[in-house]
Write a protein that binds this ligand. Structure first.
Ligand code: DOR
Length: 433
């Protein structure tokens, strides 16, 4: 038995916000009350700490297989645990691409040795080439049928609207989530950073916002006409937020996510000509940040996902040729607390809704007994994140568990620090200064 004493428990589902003890037995929460005196094997004094359901990050590039110099499933799960993330969804742009049963089986086996709960998406199209749709009926059955729960060609879009529409229907039939990376490659045209004042001043080819907006509109249009569901990854423009808001109001089956860098940093960071500030979609403008924050507040944006995309320092060395992407598992909670909660823009309940409950609900894994958390309530699996909301620390990438260092929050002072991460009632991470 594990006993957590005197934590501020914040649970969005039950509406609980109060100081409680939590008793855990055999991986399950068995009691939540004011003064539990049970003789547990381990007792953690949680005075000053906040307990929320473990975070779930539905957008993670674990680079396994094929990119093990950047990250692997084990280091990725260590990074997740250090960030308070008790489960995540892998993206399929690996080598080989996750478009076959062998790779899914390999990952599922490896996932069993990891500290946190891992699920995978598979590609929409074979080799992510945009042509032949993967046999989702078969892939879904791989690894005992509870591992591959989404389809996406993330990293690139599906060029053909017809292929995307057919894939949406197949995903709907098989009840897996369709996730779209919205980018019109013809418009993007190899742009490096947001098309705007900074790209002009630096003389760089810009990634135009319409590249994201056009495909966001296309996916919404397909979901509406086909009466299917689509989840839009890493929303970064105010126009996309507005489009999704109005589609939701009309009952279209669209959900979406935003990444921490897109609600905190602007394109001005690119004046530093440091590739650790380059990702796709790129950092944009203050008006986009404001729209994303409003979307997070009013439910237009359903959840927060990091788009954790590890690349080595060598790969990130040359600003012009470095690959896109930033890591985020170890900073997502602290960044969100610092920029959105301590500034009064979001409440602690909002954090739980956006980082713990909704990602699981969107993926259809909320509260599956013995599988997943999502709520601090009796009978729920004990996947819990404990953090000090007021502790200040400076992001030192040398301390990261991830193999990579490409954080756009490096050197930043943040307020809020993960202290313990609990998965299935086991403490899988404790902060040691
Ligand atoms: O910045 C990004 N990096 N965006 C993506 O869509 C893919 C990702 C990666 O795999 O590195």
């Amino acid at each position: 038995m594990l006993l957590l004493k005197n934590a501020r428990v914040v649970d969005y589902i039950s509406g609980l916000d109060g100081e409680k003890d939590i008793l855990i037995n055999a991986g399950e929460i068995i009691s939540i009350s004011e003064n539990i005196t049970e003789n547990a094997e381990r007792i953690i004094d949680c005075k000053g700490l906040t307990a929320i359901p473990g975070l779930f990050d539905m957008h993670v590039h674990a680079r396994d297989p094929g990119g093990l110099h950047k990250e692997d499933l084990l280091t990725c799960s260590e990074a997740a645990a250090a960030g308070g993330v008790t489960g995540f969804l892998c993206m399929p742009n690996t080598v080989p691409v996750i478009d076959n049963e062998e790779t899914l089986n390999y990952l599922a086996e490896k996932a069993k040795t990891c500290k946190v709960k891992i699920y995978s998406s598979c590609a929409i199209t074979k080799g992510q080439e945009g042509k032949e749709i993967c046999d989702i009926g078969r892939l879904k059955k791989a690894a005992n049928g509870n591992f591959c729960i989404a389809m996406t060609d993330d990293g690139r879009p599906v060029k053909s609207a017809r292929v995307m529409g057919e894939a949406m229907i197949k995903a709907g039939d098989e009840k897996v989530l369709m996730i779209s990376h919205c980018e019109d490659m013809d418009i993007a045209g190899g742009g490096l950073i947001n098309a705007g004042i900074v790209s002009i001043k630096l003389g760089l080819w810009g990634l135009h916002r319409s590249s994201e907006n056009i495909i966001t509109s296309r996916e919404i249009s397909l979901a509406r006409d086909l009466r299917e569901k689509v989840h839009i990854a890493h929303v970064s423009t105010k126009e996309a937020v507005a489009e999704i808001r109005s589609a939701k109001a009309q009952g279209v089956g669209v959900t979406c996510e935003a990444a921490p860098h897109h609600y905190t940093l602007t394109e001005d960071k690119l004046y530093e000509k440091d590739a650790d500030y380059r990702m796709n979609p790129p950092l944009r403008l203050r008006a986009d940040i404001d729209a994303i924050i409003e979307g997070l507040r009013d439910g237009t944006i359903d959840c927060i996902a990091t788009d954790h995309a590890p690349h080595t320092p060598d790969e990130k060395y040359y600003f012009h040729t470095a690959p896109n992407g930033v890591i985020g598992l170890e900073t997502s909670l602290a960044v969100t607390l610092t920029f959105l909660v301590h500034t009064g823009k979001l409440s602690m309940f909002d954090i739980v809704r956006l980082m713990c409950v909704n990602p699981r609900k969107i993926l259809g894994i909320f509260g599956i007994k013995g599988e997943n958390g999502g709520s601090i309530a009796i009978g729920h699996t004990a996947d819990i994140t404990l953090f000090d909301p007021y502790e200040e620390w400076t992001v030192d990438t040398a301390q990261f568990k991830s193999k990579s260092r490409n954080s756009c929050f490096k050197g930043m002072k943040l307020k809020g620090r993960v202290k313990h991460t609990i998965v299935n009632g086991n403490v899988v991470y404790s902060f040691a200064p």
